[in-house]
Design a protein around this ligand. Structure first.
Ligand SMILES: Nc1ncnc2c1ncn2[C@@H]1O[C@H](COP(=O)(O)OP(=O)(O)OP(=O)(O)O)[C@@H](O)[C@H]1O
Ligand SMILES: [Mg+2]
Length: 491
């Protein structure tokens, strides 16, 4: 007998986990409100729901959340089983459209936000909706693994009774949502801010389902609009060849999004996403059409300012969950080592192309866009048959200094000409190639840009622009076009 095999008569004792202690631990898996709601919606999608309604109700301590779907629902027995922590083995095969894996999400996501979870469900063909729930205070006070049969709002069961089938997830005692770090009740405003964050997160995570019209998703009655990271419909978006691996179980496709001068200011702003352009670059990992990771270089590269236009779609099949280390929250994935090499090579290529957009924009002709033309800091001109770099004399930063100097502007002009004449083009090209694989220098400090921007803003106002118009102009002036968050802060 080998060391790894146990004798038949091995001594054994049962030590079930202590309910009060373990159920509190379940709360600490690291969800936030948005990722918790997304995990509940995963279940609705797996149950073939077409309509999913998330509702937040502010009633101070009595605030509650419902997630209502019209999926296939559960019978009473199935529902009881669904409430069991670890109801299915993570190693079992799943239907390709199933977004679940661990048999835990319903419980862990709910407990991360509330102390009472009630599930109300009606299976097709069933008569009355059934309900059961976990109340953490009940579990802790009795120290038992017991679900309860109690529904504080019978009207929810009535609502479901009117449907052919479906499920309502009902969260009460929202301690993690409605109390701040000081344990005080948060303000109503804060509550609705949190709801807006949820909405933004859902519009990203489930954008494909919404785009393909597989689901309609609403938050408090407002339809959630899809947020697609790749701006595929924009003509100036560059897309790169797709690479496919492991018999089609993995695919990678890179995009370089348009420079700000090539899309509308509104598009530019929304495309920046929840975290802003620099933060939203990187790999976007999809599993069964659902986003797991949204903009992350997986420690392969830094989020540099001038690679901010690079976004790469990575799609994986759920049969790879273990090798890609998908977590319970569906918010993380760590590709296997072997695959990291491929991602690094592909990522470096897309990043290089993203840098090009900025690097050579000085060469681009000024583009008419609506009533505004884009003001680059550097432009090119032809001199004796060669292309040379010049400071754009129409750039407001240049004009500010020249106008202030009046008669002495000639000295300033000479200095600018000196800089243009001695621009070390050769060394710049050489260095750029030499350091191509290395981390870029730290991004320009926002403060410095903000000061420059303020001066230009004042200049525009002095030239007769209204504050609103002056701000709009800044979206078309180099380098302020890359700092819309600073434009918004101007007063
Ligand atoms: N809205 C729903 N409609 C129908 N069945 C549901 C619904 N929500 C949960 N279930 C059932 O409950 C089970 C348990 O859900 P739970 O989220 O805990 O685990 P999972 O989805 O299987 O895996 P994961 O832990 O990865 O989310 C599901 O497998 C499903 O059978
Ligand atoms: Mg689940």
């Amino acid at each position: 007998m080998s060391d790894t095999e146990l004798p038949d008569d091995v001594g054994a004792e049962t030590i079930p986990p202590k309910p009060a202690a373990l159920i509190e631990t379940f709360r600490a898996i690291g969800y936030n409100l948005a990722s918790a709601i997304a995990d509940i919606i995963d279940n609705s999608i797996s149950a073939d729901a077409g309509n999913i309604m998330v509702n937040f109700q502010w009633e101070e301590e009595k605030s509650f959340v419902t997630i209502i779907d019209d999926g296939r629902g559960m019978t009473e027995e199935e529902m009881i089983e669904a409430l069991r922590p670890g109801t299915s083995n993570p190693l079992s095969d799943r239907r390709p459209s199933d977004l679940g894996r661990f048999g835990l999400g319903l419980k862990t996501a709910s407990f991360s936000q509330c102390r009472r979870l009630t599930v109300i469900s009606k299976a097709a063909g069933g008569s009355e909706p059934a309900y059961r729930g976990w109340d953490l205070d009940y579990v802790v006070s009795k120290d038992v693994w017991q679900i309860i049969r109690y529904l504080s709002k019978p009207e929810l069961a009535a609502e479901l009774g009117a449907r052919a089938s479906g499920t309502i997830i009902f969260w009460e005692k929202l301690d993690r949502i409605i109390f701040g770090q000081n344990k005080q009740l948060i303000s109503k405003t804060k509550f609705w801010e949190a709801v807006r964050e949820v909405e933004k997160h859902l519009s990203m995570v489930f954008h494909r389902f919404i785009e393909k019209k597989k689901i309609t998703l609403s938050v408090n009655g407002n339809p959630v609009q899809p947020w697609n990271p790749f701006l595929i419909e924009e003509p100036a978006t560059q897309s790169f060849p797709e690479e496919i691996y492991d018999n089609g179980q993995i695919s990678i496709k890179g995009f370089v999004l348009p420079h700000v001068s090539k899309i509308s200011p509104e598009k530019f702003k929304t495309a920046g996403g929840t975290a802003g352009w620099t933060a939203q670059q990187g790999f976007y990992i999809y599993r069964n059409d659902r986003i797991l990771v949204a903009g992350d270089w997986l420690d392969l590269f830094r989020k540099d300012d001038f690679t901010r236009l690079a976004r790469i779609m990575v799609e994986i099949d759920s049969s790879l969950d273990f090798s890609w280390q998908i977590d319970i929250r569906k918010s993380k994935a760590q590709p296997p080592k072997m695959f990291m090499e491929k991602l690094k090579r592909y990522g470096a290529e897309i990043r290089k192309n993203a840098v090009e957009v900025y690097r050579y924009r000085g060469k681009q002709k000024q583009r008419k866009m609506g009533r505004s033309s884009f003001e680059f800091a550097w432009i090119t001109a032809e001199e004796q048959g060669r292309e040379v770099f010049k400071i754009n004399r129409k750039h407001p930063s240049y004009r500010i200094v020249r106008d202030q100097l009046g008669k002495n502007a000639r000295d300033f002009e000479r200095l600018i000409s000196l800089l243009e004449m001695t621009l070390p083009v050769q060394s710049i090209v050489f260095n750029e190639n030499l350091y191509a694989d290395q981390p870029a220098p730290p991004p320009v400090d926002d403060q410095a840009v903000a000061e420059m921007m303020k001066a230009v803003y004042n200049k525009l106002i002095s030239e007769g622009f209204s504050p609103q118009k002056a701000k709009e102009e800044l979206y078309f002036i180099d380098p302020f076009s890359n700092y819309p968050h600073l434009t918004e802060q101007l007063t």
